[in-house]
Ligand binder design. Structure first.
Ligand code: ADP
Ligand code: MG
Length: 265
């Protein structure tokens, strides 16, 4: 395999004496959809925040394309091509779908927000092309406030793509979605990973979704990376089954998480 896009080595951080992430190491390659799973409090979001620069690791390294991201500001990491989608929908409800994506395109081109109106048309074509990629072209001129939750997530994905990321971090991208929507969003994400040759690190609670779409899975428990492998290997991994269910249970018996019905802002 070619050199990894992202190399995480011995990454760790403590909060008040608690080792939230405890010396984890993993690689992420171009064209790969990597799932980071683990029980609540395992350290998944903390890991995302250290890679994205929102939190400063207390030890270890995060290397991407000759750069060590540790100590870099989130904005600088973003400029290197690390994008993020957030757990909470980040679109502006009163703006249209296309306007939201245009703002992201503008931001990528480092234009100031005040210049947005006059510059709008220049970037509309780019915004529409991105919306096409996520299957939202037909809804470009609707206000985001009218969209179904799953469609807002697609718009957020288009906004993240505006920065042309090499690496996209998606922390619980399908939170609040029904099972079918979850599968659709991750199938779309996998298609984009392949088409754009980018890499995605994502967290997801539904094991069905993880097993159906991830190329590879890494498992955190209490800050430690306890397993890594293909979905099939992880499904049958005794240590993983133990942290999720205690002994004697398997993923096959895991109920789907209830539909949370979370609404966007
Ligand atoms: P996950 O995303 O896997 O559910 P988190 O990364 O959010 O887990 O949290 C990992 C652990 O670190 C938890 O015990 C959590 O309480 C703790 N933690 C996370 N962020 C902070 C913080 N800013 N201050 C103190 N403790 C934190
Ligand atoms: Mg989390």
């Amino acid at each position: 395999m070619s050199a990894a896009l992202l190399e995480v080595r011995d990454l760790g951080i403590s909060f008040g004496g608690v080792r939230a992430v405890d010396g984890i190491s993993f690689d992420l390659h171009r064209g790969e959809l990597l799932a980071l799973i683990g029980p609540n409090g395992a350290g998944k979001s903390t890991t995302f925040n250290m890679v994205g620069g929102q939190l400063r690791a207390s030890g270890g390294s995060v290397r991407m394309a000759e750069h060590d991201l540790i100590g870099m500001k989130p904005r600088a990491i973003w400029r290197l091509g690390v994008g993020r989608t957030f757990q909470i929908a980040a679109t502006f409800a009163s703006f249209t779908v296309a306007e939201n994506v245009q703002m992201a395109v503008l931001s990528h081109h480092r234009q100031v927000f005040a210049l947005w109106r006059p510059a709008a048309d220049r970037f509309r074509a780019q915004a529409l092309a991105l919306l096409e990629q996520v299957g939202m072209r037909a809804q470009a001129d609707r206000p985001c406030s009218e969209l179904a939750y799953g469609d807002i997530k697609r718009v957020e994905l288009a906004m993240a793509l505006a920065n042309d990321p090499r690496l996209l971090l998606m922390d619980e991208p399908t939170a609040g979605m029904a099972p079918r929507e979850r599968n659709e969003l991750m199938a779309l994400t996998k298609r984009l990973v392949v088409e754009r040759g980018m890499a995605v690190l994502f967290t997801e609670h539904s094991m069905d979704v993880v097993f159906a779409h991830a190329d590879r899975v890494i498992v955190l428990a209490r800050g430690k990376l306890i397993a890594e492998g293909t979905p099939e290997a992880i499904r049958n991994h005794p240590k993983v089954q133990e942290v999720y269910f205690g002994s004697g249970t398997t993923f096959e018996h895991l109920p789907q998480p209830a539909f949370a019905g979370r609404m966007s802002a």
